[in-house]
Write a protein that binds this ligand. Sequence first.
Ligand code: ATP
Ligand code: MG
Length: 174
Amino acid sequence: MTTQGLVMINTGHGKGKTTAAFGQALRAAGQGLKVCIIQFIKGETKTGEALALASAFPGQVELHLAGTGFTWKQDMETVKAAALAGWQLAREKISSDAYDLIVLDELTYLIGFGILTEEEVIALFRERPQRLHLVITGRDAGQGLIEYADLVTEMRAIKHPFQQGIKAQKGIEF
Ligand code: ATP
Ligand code: MG
């Protein structure tokens, strides 16, 4: 049976984009697929998903942090350098043909910030090994990416505890 690699996007302004991507990675790992996750933006504090995956699937699920933490605390050059290093890593991982599923978490922000163009992102996806599934997350996925993808889900915020003034909590938000 030949695998048809899918491009899957979790976008929208509601909660659940990253956690759904990790759920997908968990499902894939359980079926013996080789998974690589690159988290853009994040990097400052260890998230629960990073802590859990680092030890749970040695040799099967890889996780790379390619961010500097939250952007409003950093100068743009630092953010950009980390993002470009992450993108270079993504290029290598995608071309390697060593994975069945690659997650590029918060990739859409790199396009939003003007660090990458939608065209170069799609060009890399087009050249990927045919069996490779990709999961992309982040708010405001562009029209070009949406058209190219096979599966697009929009998380829509109906209510969020943030609106009640409840701050991000360990184990729920990170
Ligand atoms: P999660 O990582 O929980 O799956 P996400 O990936 O969908 O969330 P991001 O846009 O990456 O969310 O933003 C990360 C943080 O922003 C999370 O802590 C999340 O709880 C919070 N967040 C998501 N949606 C909203 C919202 N509508 N209002 C306020 N904060 C939000
Ligand atoms: Mg996210």
